[in-house]
Design a protein around this ligand. Structure first.
Ligand code: PGA
Length: 252
């Protein structure tokens, strides 16, 4: 009942020539794959308009990696959710751990950005995840629950909100949690969402795993209870790797 989604976070990578990779993703998104899994690609701001135009008519969605909470104003260098929607984006990642760490983003700010995404009609992909120290200290679940509570606004629903669990220590490191660790955290996220939004609504939210997902580990990591897809960084930059993950996950 929850439709799986594999999302690519290109981070600060990609120039105009990278549209060739998007073309390859669209070509490889064959009906058998499209029947089983949604695809979302989040390139840097500079490529959103071009990618969205190229992807129009295909089923590949284009999204952004961040937005400002306000719709417009004196915020030099920032981009609003309304601007993203105007450029053709359908989704935006908020609260990625790199933004939380590099830009000191708090849960309150992430919640405001999520509200901005909803206001602009975008799907928000809200990221949560513990550091290595927090995991080793046995706090993984409590940290994730706290981030979730603070980052998800009231009134969120499964149409507009996707959660991505990304353990910070697994991002770009090649290290991954065990499938049972993933199941434990995803189960905890589902319980929190169900407690807050009601059992039926809680069951409908898609919860993605992110952190060193590759075609080789996609099946083990993602075919776990309460995992509804992946948020992929490094392996989303090449169409063949990205499609390999989606195909392995979909079992085709
Ligand atoms: P990675 O990044 O797949 O390169 O580990 C995931 C992410 O940061 O979203």
């Amino acid at each position: 009942m929850r439709r799986p989604i594999v999302a690519g976070n290109w981070k600060m990578n990609g120039l105009s020539a990278s549209i060739a990779e998007l073309d390859l993703v669209m070509k490889g998104y064959v009906p058998a794959l499209a029947a089983r899994v949604d695809l979302l690609i989040c390139p840097p701001f500079t490529l959103i308009e071009e990618f969205a135009a190229a992807a129009a008519g295909s089923k590949v969605m284009i999204g952004a990696q961040d937005c400002h909470p306000k719709p417009s104003g004196a915020h030099t260098g920032d981009i609003s959710a309304e601007m993203l929607a105007d450029s053709g984006a359908e989704a935006v990642i908020v609260g990625h751990s790199e933004r939380r760490a590099d830009h000191g983003e708090s849960d309150d700010l992430v919640r405001a950005k999520t509200e901005a995404a909803f206001r602009a009609g975008l799907i928000a992909v809200v990221c949560v995840g513990e550091t290595l120290g927090e995991r080793e200290g046995g706090q993984a679940l409590s940290v994730v629950a706290r981030q979730l509570k603070g980052s998800v606004p009231d009134g969120a629903d499964a149409e507009r909100l996707i959660i991505a669990y990304e353990p910070v220590w697994a991002i770009g490191t090649g290290k991954t949690p065990t499938a049972s660790d993933v199941a434990e955290i995803h189960g905890g996220i589902r319980r929190e969402l169900s407690a807050r939004f009601g059992e039926q609504a809680g069951q409908a939210f898609r919860i993605l795993y992110g952190g060193s997902v590759k075609a080789e580990n996609a099946k083990t990591l993602l075919q776990t209870p309460d995992v509804d897809g992946a948020l992929v960084g490094g392996a989303s930059l090449k169409a063949s790797d990205f499609l390999g993950i989606a195909s392995a996950y979909a079992g085709i």
